[in-house]
Design a protein around this ligand. Structure first.
Ligand code: NCD
Length: 292
């Protein structure tokens, strides 16, 4: 049995197989590949697109979904998350999708279950399905020619699990990762080139990934306001100009803080393509882990 806690749980070959399935799912009608399977989603943190993306992916493959409303579950009666998960496991689900604010929590659940655990985001650590769908969006745009492409991940790279997963995954496909952030959001490592201002490298870039400031993980005392931050980090048409660059963002987008209204409408902005691809990638991941 295989879990998906971080992208390194999958080999490059397995990732390419997931992409092949995702490509098929984008073309095909809903099917019954996972008919009779039950998937539990357990979200201890807010989510709009990731949870619905998993649920729609599961339903497209004919599976049933049980979404635990954690606010009204036994967690509020004092049960530990380990006991909650052991009890859900005792009901024999086919996969458990979990999001939690604590780094490492999905990993620590592995010993309590007999079905795959899929990490839908743990604190600032990992968000593997997001990184897979980001890479898939890039991979499809460049027809698989990702080798040598350069990306700037811009914004709160230190507190973002999306950045955490992408900076580990993208280099495996030959993509050079650059980080652009104010000092307070910089990542403590020499493994990547880090810049304060995107204008320093914009001419070299193929891809920009904009991030939301993770205000739930810190309070933005470093800046006078988000508007102050946006002066340097908002991706605008004026900044991108006529460059041949694609722009990604995992959502939710803070308009005119992360990306300008006008740039959101630009065809180079792939935010909604990412959302569409996300359903297909999650369907492929569910298929792989459940039918193994
Ligand atoms: C991201 C997350 O939750 O980490 N969103 C998502 O899953 N699409 C990014 C964010 O919240 O900023």
């Amino acid at each position: 049995m295989q879990h998906l806690i971080r992208t390194s749980d999958f080999s490059k070959e397995e990732i390419l197989d997931i992409f092949a399935d995702a490509r098929e799912f984008l073309k095909s009608k809903p099917n019954e590949i996972l008919k009779g399977k039950i998937i539990v989603t357990l979200f201890f943190e807010n989510s709009t697109r990731t949870r619905s993306s998993f649920e729609i992916a599961a339903k497209r493959l004919g599976a049933e979904v049980v979404s635990l409303d954690v606010g009204t579950s036994s967690a509020s009666k004092g049960e530990t998350i380990y006991d909650t998960v052991a009890n859900i496991n005792a009901m024999n689900p086919d996969a458990i999708v979990v999001r939690h604010s604590e780094c490492g929590l999905p990993e620590s659940l592995k010993g309590f279950v007999e079905c795959p655990i899929i990490n839908a985001g743990d604190g600032r650590h990992s968000h593997p399905t997001q990184a897979l769908l980001d890479l898939f969006t890039i991979y499809e745009h460049y027809n698989g020619e990702t080798e040598g492409k350069k990306i700037a991940i811009v914004g709160d790279v230190r507190n973002s699990r999306v950045a955490g997963s992408n900076r580990r995954l993208l280099p495996r496909f030959g993509i050079e990762v650059n980080l652009v952030a104010p000092d307070c959001f910089k990542y403590e490592s020499d493994d990547f080139k880090q810049y304060n201002n995107i204008r320093e490298i914009i001419d070299e870039l193929d891809i920009i990934m904009s991030l939301r400031s993770q205000l739930e993980r810190h309070n933005l005392t470093y800046f006078e306001s988000l508007n102050e931050y946006a002066k340097d980090y908002c991706i605008t048409n004026e900044l991108v100009g006529d460059r041949d660059i694609i722009l990604l963002h995992p959502g939710p987008v803070n308009r005119n803080i992360d990306i300008s209204d006008e740039m959101l409408k630009d065809p180079r902005t792939k935010v909604l393509t990412q959302v569409t691809n996300g359903v297909a990638i999650r369907a492929a991941v569910l298929k792989k882990l459940i039918l193994k």
